[in-house]
Design a protein around this ligand. Structure first.
Ligand SMILES: *[C@@H]1O[C@H](CO)[C@@H](O)[C@H](O)[C@H]1NC(C)=O
Ligand SMILES: *[C@@H]1O[C@H](CO)[C@@H](O)[C@H](O)[C@H]1NC(C)=O
Ligand SMILES: *[C@@H]1O[C@H](CO)[C@@H](O)[C@H](O)[C@H]1NC(C)=O
Ligand SMILES: *[C@@H]1O[C@H](CO)[C@@H](O)[C@H](O)[C@H]1NC(C)=O
Ligand SMILES: *[C@@H]1O[C@H](CO)[C@@H](O)[C@H](O)[C@H]1NC(C)=O
Length: 403
């Protein structure tokens, strides 16, 4: 090439060089910003979360100090033979996960409350223990519950105590990011001392695991609490009414069988792959569930909680937590009972013209599922308002049925 063509090529080449140089500068610049960002992230992360990270990586291998009994179980290994079950590969991921880890029953504790009930020996002084399942991210719900129905207090001369039970949120990279949530839980613990947390993944199909881990904790730290309310953090529980109902039970101070709530009978596994409650035959072959109480919330005696704990040790984990409780009861030859004060399927207000959030509907119930935090806050205050006027119609009937 000669003449103008060559000159043009040279010009082009030098242009390309300049362009490349700019590109390199740009890339270096972007890299710097990224590194800076990551560094900042790291600093923030380690500032609030140092302990959590250490625990995260080491707690499985190093024995935990026993200030209390914070167990350091070795990390539970996948059961790879589960992948050999017929049809395994076509199951949804959460079911596969469930089958691979179904045998895992022990996880290290991240947050403990060894003195919540005043020690195991004094735990009979707790009349009603509120055991509330709550995911790490549900800060607002916990905050409202602490101020309303789950406030620790003496009611009618007896103690109500509160515990939130939690796993950890997110896995892998997500876990690192979401560790801030877990660290947030630690700050809450510092302020309120009301959280039990274990190092397992918070998920719908791990709720039974959460339940059995709680029972194990109870056996160690609070075996004699008279009664428990087991429930979710999105319910409205009339805990004053609960105490009065429980105090009114004839000859049951918590040392006899009680398991009551919204009774569900004659149901079986949902075999519809798209459902949240999908339970394939690889998980359960039988087409029926024993009777159980809707998991939004139910009451049980300390005695029954201990029986369930005993039974659970020899019953495979079932992914649906309220069904699993029914299975444990059935194995002990006990059955749940129905209480019309529990509305885990919501309040059925007969007429559209009536206000669903009329406090009068909430004055005489035991539990309603589900309410937003702001509704819980409003309702709790309203039902305690001495000026609240309600017509004494059907409502007094409901009250007679359980008080
Ligand atoms: C630590 O916990 C273990 C497990 O429960 C227990 O056997 C041991 O006695 C505890 N040690 C101390 C010093 O409390
Ligand atoms: C799964 O099944 C195959 C074939 O039957 C067998 O060779 C293999 O050992 C099994 N794997 C496990 C982990 O049980
Ligand atoms: C692992 O899964 C297989 C197949 O479901 C099962 O037979 C076995 O008992 C499981 N092992 C453990 C330790 O749970
Ligand atoms: C339950 O938690 C364990 C431990 O974090 C995890 O390995 C497993 O995948 C979780 N199972 C489900 C069904 O989410
Ligand atoms: C639970 O099992 C233990 C040991 O098997 C037994 O001593 C205890 O009485 C049982 N408790 C209940 C409430 O069934």
């Amino acid at each position: 090439m000669t003449g103008p063509a060559a000159a043009e090529t040279d010009h082009l080449k030098s242009k390309m060089r300049t362009f490349n140089t700019i590109k390199i500068f740009l890339m270096v610049g972007i890299l710097c910003v990224l590194v800076l960002h990551l560094y900042k992230d790291f600093i923030e992360h380690s500032a609030i979360n140092l302990d959590m990270d250490v625990q995260d990586d080491k707690s499985h291998v190093q024995p935990a100090k026993n200030k209390s009994v914070v167990f350091s179980w070795t990390r539970c290994q996948k059961n790879i033979s589960a992948a050999n079950i017929s049809g395994f590969s076509s199951l949804p991921d959460n079911i596969k996960d469930f089958l691979l880890y179904r045998h895992c029953r022990h996880f290290p504790m991240l947050l403990d409350l060894p003195d919540k009930c005043g020690g195991a020996e004094k735990s009979a002084e707790v009349f009603l223990l509120l055991v509330i399942k709550s995911a790490p991210g549900n800060y607002e719900r916990r905050e409202v519950l602490r101020k309303t129905w789950a406030r620790e207090r003496v009611h009618n001369g007896v103690w109500i105590r509160r515990i939130f039970i939690s796993g950890t949120s997110g896995v892998g990279f997500e876990k690192k990011r979401l560790n801030r949530l877990n660290a947030g839980l630690k700050l809450e613990q510092h302020e309120y001392n009301d959280i039990l947390q274990w190092d397992f993944e918070e998920s719908f199909f791990n709720l039974t695991l959460k339940q059995t881990l709680f029972l194990e904790w109870m056996d160690r730290n609070c075996p004699d609490a008279r009664f428990h309310l087991n429930g979710d953090d999105d319910v409205f529980a009339h805990t004053d009414n609960m105490v009065e109902y429980l105090q009114g039970l004839k000859d049951n101070d918590g040392s006899k069988q009680l398991f009551t709530g919204h009774l569900i009978t004659g149901k079986g596994p949902i075999r519809l792959a798209g459902s949240k409650y999908f339970v394939p035959i690889q998980v359960q072959e039988s087409e029926t569930y024993p009777s159980y109480c809707g998991g939004g919330g139910y009451l049980l005696s300390g005695y029954t909680a201990r029986v369930i704990y005993n039974m659970s040790e020899s019953i495979d984990i079932h992914p649906i937590d309220d069904v699993y409780m029914g299975m444990c009861l059935a194995k002990a030859g006990l059955g749940p009972s129905s209480h019309m004060g529990f509305r885990t399927a919501g309040l059925h207000i007969p007429s559209k013209k009536m206000d669903q959030y009329d406090p009068c509907h909430y004055k005489d119930i035991l539990l309603v599922h589900r309410l937003m935090p702001v509704q819980v806050y409003f309702m709790w205050h309203k039902i305690h308002d001495p000026n609240l006027k309600c017509r004494m119609k059907k409502i007094s009937n409901i009250k007679q049925k359980f008080l």
